[in-house]
Design a protein around this ligand. Structure first.
Ligand SMILES: *Cc1c(COP(=O)(O)O)cnc(C)c1O
Length: 514
C-alpha cells in the first residue's frame, strides 16, 4: 500500500501541523477573540458564546499532518473513486448518464445559490419563475396537469403521490380504499412507500415476460383498492403494451394509477404517462434530468397529477397571476368529509418538505430542459437504440430470458454457457479489471443471475463497442480460465470483499484499525 493510501490517521505524526496563525489573531474590525475567565469561549463579533458545559474537556483527536500530506492523501483517495466522468457506468434502473457542466455552472451562480429560503416573494420572483416554468415543462413532457417540485427524492415522491391518492379518496368519503396493488417486479421503494403511507400492499403477478398479468389484476380489483403502482417500461425495460387496458380496469374499479417515473429517460419525447391513463407520477430529477446522483444526494422527486387531483398536491404551491409569482397554500374547494375536518391545508395532502425542496436540483433540470430544447425528443429514442444495440451484440454470449425489443435497459440471466460455474457476480468483478463499472446485478429478482444493463443516450458508439468487446472477452475467459474470473478483480486497490462482514460488522472507527 502506498503511504498516502493509508487512513489519514495512520499518517498522523504527533505535533505536525498544516499551518498556524499568530496567537493574538484579530477579527476583521480589529476586536480580539477572548478566552473568558469562566472557561467559556467567546468570539466577540460573531456573538458566539458557547457555555462551558458544551465545550470539550480534552482536545479532539484529529490527525496531525502537514498541509501537503492532506492534499496528497485526498487527491489519491479521490483518484480511486469511479464515476460517470471516469468511465462507462452501465448501471440498470439508475440512468447514470453524463450531466453537462453548464447545469452546474448555472445552478451555482450566486444569484441562485445565494438565495435565502426566508426571503420575501418580491425578492425571489426570478427563482419562483424558474420553479413555475420547470413544473410547466414537466407537465408538457408527461401529459399531467400540474407538478409539485418539493419532494427530496424518488421514494419521497412516491410517498407524496400516495398521500395525494389517499387524500383524493378521503375527500370523497371513500374511506374503505386502503390497499394498493404493486407488481412483484417493482422497485423496492414502491411497497416501502405504500407501507409508510399506511396502505396495505397487494401483489399482482407478472407474466413470463415481466409485464403485469391482467388476469391476475382483474381478480384483485374491488372497492378496497386505492390504486396501483406501476412503471412503464417495467423493471425489465419492457413496454407494458396492455397499459391502456390496465388503466381502464383500475379506473372502472374506482382506483387511481400511480406511475413510478424514476427512470423516465426512455419516455422523453416518445410517450407520456398522462396519455397512457396514469393519474399520479413522480420523476427523479437526479436520474433523468441531469443531476449527478449516488452518494446520497441532493435529489428531487417532483410529483405530477392529472387535473382532478391538482387540489390534493402538497403545499405550498407556486402560482402565477397578474404578472406576479406567489407561494401559496391550497384552499378548500370541495365540501369536505375528510377526517381532519377544516384544516389549514385545504384539499391539499399537507406539506412534505421544508420550504420549496431542493431548488438547486430544480435549477439544473430547468437548465437541462432549456439547453436541449426541442432536441429533448431524441433522448428516449437514442437511449432505447443504445440499449438494443448492446443487447443484440451480446446475446450470443449472455442468456436473454425475455427476447423482445427493450426500452432503455435490458436484463441478461448470466452467461449463455453456464457449465463453467462463472456467476453474474464474477462477471461484474472482472469488468472492474477492465475499467468498467459493473452493471446492476441480482436485480430484478425474477431471474437467478440477473445482469441489468442501461447504457444511456450520452455514450458514443465507440464506447459501446469497447464495452461489448470486453463483455465478450470476459465470456471467453469464463471458458478458458474460469478460476481467474472467479477470483477477480485483480487490478483494483482492494480485491474481492467479504460483503457479509462489511455489512454486518463494519469497522467504522479508525482506532479499531490501528
Ligand atoms: C431510483 C428509483 C427509485 C427511488 O429513487 P430515490 O431517489 O433513490 O429515492 C424508485 N423507483 C425506481 C424505479 C428507481 O429506479
Amino acid at each position: 500500500m502506498k503511504y498516502y493510501d493509508k487512513l489519514i490517521f495512520e499518517i498522523s505524526r504527533s505535533g505536525r501541523v498544516g499551518y498556524s496563525l499568530p496567537k493574538n489573531w484579530s477579527t476583521d474590525n480589529g476586536q480580539q477573540s477572548t478566552d473568558k475567565p469562566d472557561g467559556s469561549l467567546s468570539i466577540v463579533n460573531c456573538q458566539l458564546s458557547i457555555p462551558k458545559v458544551l465545550l470539550r474537556e480534552t482536545p479532539a483527536e484529529l490527525p496531525e499532518v502537514s498541509e501537503l500530506d492532506v492534499v496528497r492523501h485526498y487527491t489519491n483517495v479521490s483518484n480511486k473513486n469511479f464515476g460517470v466522468e471516469t468511465g462507462f457506468y452501465p448501471l440498470g434502473s439508475c440512468t447514470m448518464k453524463y450531466n453537462p457542466k453548464i447545469n452546474e455552472e448555472i445552478a451555482h451562480h450566486p444569484a441562485f445559490s445565494g438565495l435565502h429560503p426566508l426571503q420575501n416573494e418580491e425578492s425571489v420572483q426570478g427563482a419562483l419563475a424558474i420553479y413555475y416554468h420547470t413544473a410547466r415543462a414537466l407537465s408538457e413532457l408527461t401529459g399531467l396537469a400540474d407538478f409539485t417540485l418539493t419532494p427530496f427524492a424518488g421514494a419521497h415522491g412516491e410517498l407524496t403521490g400516495l398521500m395525494v391518492m389517499r387524500q383524493y379518496h378521503l375527500l370523497r368519503g371513500d374511506t374503505k380504499r386502503t390497499r394498493v396493488i404493486v407488481p412483484n417486479s417493482a422497485h423496492g421503494t414502491n411497497p416501502a412507500s405504500a407501507a409508510v403511507c399506511g396502505l396495505e400492499i397487494v401483489e399482482v403477478k407478472s407474466t413470463a415476460n415481466g409485464t403485469v398479468d391482467t388476469n391476475d389484476l382483474k381478480g384483485l380489483l374491488d372497492d378496497t383498492i386505492a390504486g396501483i403502482m406501476m412503471t412503464n417500461p417495467n423493471t425489465l425495460g419492457i413496454y407494458e403494451t396492455q397499459v391502456v387496458e390496465i388503466a381502464q380496469l383500475v379506473h372502472d374499479a374506482g382506483g387511481l394509477l400511480y406511475y413510478d417515473g424514476a427512470n423516465l429517460n426512455p419516455m422523453l419525447g416518445a410517450s407520456r404517462p398522462g396519455d397512457m391513463g396514469f393519474d399520479i407520477m413522480h420523476i427523479n430529477l437526479h436520474k433523468t434530468f441531469s443531476t449527478p446522483h449516488g452518494g446520497g444526494g441532493p435529489g428531487s422527486g417532483p410529483v405530477g397529477v392529472a387535473a382532478h387531483l391538482v387540489d390534493c398536491l402538497p403545499n405550498p404551491r407556486v402560482t402565477f397571476a397578474d404578472g406576479k409569482y406567489r407561494i401559496e397554500n391550497g384552499k378548500w374547494k370541495i365540501e369536505s368529509s375528510h377526517p381532519d375536518g377544516n384544516c389549514q391545508f385545504g384539499n391539499s395532502c399537507g406539506r412534505v418538505a421544508a420550504f420549496m425542496g431542493n431548488f438547486g436540483v430544480v435549477m439544473k433540470a430547468y437548465t437541462y430542459i432549456l439547453s436541449l430544447g426541442k432536441d429533448i425528443k431524441h433522448v428516449g429514442p437514442i437511449a432505447t437504440l443504445n440499449a438494443n444495440y448492446v443487447k443484440e451484440s451480446l446475446r450470443d454470449a449472455y442468456y436473454l430470458p425475455v427476447d423482445t425489443v427493450c426500452k432503455h435497459e435490458f436484463v441478461f440471466d448470466g452467461l449463455a454457457d453456464k457449465s463453467t460455474g462463472v456467476t453474474t457476480l464474477d462477471i461484474a468483478k472482472r469488468l472492474l479489471d477492465y475499467g468498467y463499472h459493473a452493471p446492476t446485478i441480482y436485480f430484478p429478482l425474477l431471474f437467478h443471475q440477473s445482469i441489468m444493463i442501461e447504457p444511456t443516450e450520452t455514450e458514443s458508439k465507440e464506447t459501446l463497442d469497447d464495452f461489448i468487446d470486453i463483455m465478450h472477452r470476459v465470456a471467453e475467459e469464463a471458458l478458458s480460465d474460469p478460476e481467474m474470473v472467479k477470483s477477480a478483480p485483480h487490478t483494483t486497490p482492494v480485491r474481492r470483499l467479504d460483503e457479509t462482514t462489511a455489512a454486518k460488522n463494519p469497522l467504522l472507527k479508525y482506532r479499531d484499525l490501528l
